[in-house]
Write a protein that binds this ligand. Structure first.
Ligand code: FES
Length: 122
């Protein structure tokens, strides 16, 4: 499954069905593993990955508001992680190790500290 994810950037349904046949495991079990581990993605990723830290310091300083604001701003449907235009992926992440800057959001390789809806627009 890790090799499939490396190849495609996510786990396409057809590839999981083939894997199920190849290893002789029920598809439900394959999906169970794919959905259990956070590293596996079932949607094709967007070009730009945005990660909202949900660690304790960021949580206490407003991360939930940032995540919800970005989800709506990027027009990502509830339960989905990629914008309709395929440009942005949005995910919840754990501590980035720079809690003094909380709340923190990572856009690609760039960390944004003391992030607010205003800083995203800028
Ligand atoms: S809790 Fe968000 S950077 Fe540490």
């Amino acid at each position: 499954m890790q090799k499939l994810q490396e190849r495609y950037g996510f786990l396409p349904k057809d590839a999981l069905m083939k894997l199920s046949k190849d290893v002789g495991a029920p598809l439900s079990r394959i999906f169970g593993v794919a959905t259990f581990y956070h590293q596996f993605k079932l949607e094709s990723p967007g070009k730009v990955l945005i990660s909202v830290c949900m660690g304790t310091a960021c949580h206490l300083r407003g991360d939930a508001n940032n995540y919800e604001f970005l989800r709506r701003f990027l027009r990502i449907a509830p339960g989905k992680s990629v914008s309709d235009d395929g440009l942005f992926s949005l995910e919840k992440a754990r501590c980035f190790g720079c809690c003094s800057l909380a709340p923190v959001v990572r856009v690609g390789d760039k960390l944004i500290g003391k992030a607010t809806p205003r800083s995203f627009r800028e």
